[in-house]
Design a protein around this ligand. Structure first.
Ligand SMILES: [Cu+2]
Length: 122
């Protein structure tokens, strides 16, 4: 039994560096379009430790209202490269004004899920 435990400990150590991987820092800014509740948003993606912009990532953004669980079911928007380093643009349509949590799923060179809360007002 001791032998098996030692094996597990070694395996755990080997996964250590992978767990200490760089995480994503995300900043989202949105502007309402002429159509109410439709927003054009710019997302800036960088490494949390490095502070460097991250290009070539796949970025999906799913809005939800933290205070109204189950009330909204808005499909994720796919953000596309917006021309400057680490910048991705996307459009989304919300159901109502208020505080939304944008769940940002990043895959590619950086893999992470981060949430940013934004209040959208009329
Ligand atoms: Cu709501």
């Amino acid at each position: 039994m001791r032998f098996v435990l030692a094996g597990l400990a070694a395996a755990a150590l080997m996964t250590g560096p992978a767990l200490a991987k760089e995480r994503a820092a995300v900043k989202v800014e949105c502007t309402e379009t002429e159509t109410g509740l439709v927003y054009d948003c710019m997302l800036h993606l960088s490494g949390r430790k490095s502070g460097k912009p991250v290009d070539g990532a796949k970025v999906a953004v799913k809005p939800d209202m933290p205070t109204m669980p189950g009330a909204h079911n808005i499909r994720a928007s796919i953000a596309t490269p917006a021309g400057t380093p680490g910048a991705y643009g996307f459009r989304m349509k919300l159901d109502m004004y208020g505080i939304w949590a944008l769940k940002v799923t990043v895959t590619g060179p950086l893999r992470d899920i981060v949430v940013q809360k934004i209040e959208f007002r009329k």
